[in-house]
Design a protein around this ligand. Structure first.
Ligand SMILES: [Zn+2]
Length: 132
């Protein structure tokens, strides 16, 4: 038996260094996105076990792929989740951006967390799609 794990690991490394469709991304931007993604890992969306898609109203459950739009005004310390979309309604880019406000569009899986005896929908493994 040959062990293929070393080969697999090197393929994964290459994939991380040159993500498809984003060949012009600089190292600085990559690091910024990675920090943003860490910041949104586990972010609470709403209390309860489901969240509604902003466009179609579909009830999204744990494990569903979702897109989240978050914004932060320049005087605020953290981002606020402004809207959640199902995979079918997910916008591909940020629109309606505003001066003095940072907007982020994320793709994530929906998770559930328990806090203060309440279920919260949360973001799992968020990926930054766009920033503005
Ligand atoms: Zn929808």
């Amino acid at each position: 038996m040959t062990d293929s794990s070393g080969w697999l690991a090197s393929v994964c490394d290459d994939a991380l260094e040159s993500p498809d469709g984003q060949p012009n991304l600089t190292t600085t931007e990559t690091r910024h996105q990675s920090l943003l993604e860490q910041q949104f890992e586990g972010t609470r969306i709403t209390p309860g076990e489901t969240v509604s898609c902003r466009d179609c109203g579909d009830h999204l459950h744990e494990g569903r792929p979702i897109s989240a739009r978050a914004c932060r005004y320049s005087d605020e310390p953290t981002y606020t989740i402004a809207a959640i979309y199902c995979a079918g309604c997910a916008p591909m880019e940020l629109t309606e951006t505003a001066h003095g406000r940072d907007d982020v569009l994320l793709e994530a899986d929906m998770g559930l967390a328990m806090a203060s005896q309440t279920h919260w929908t949360i973001l799992i493994e968020p990926t930054v799609v766009a920033t503005a």
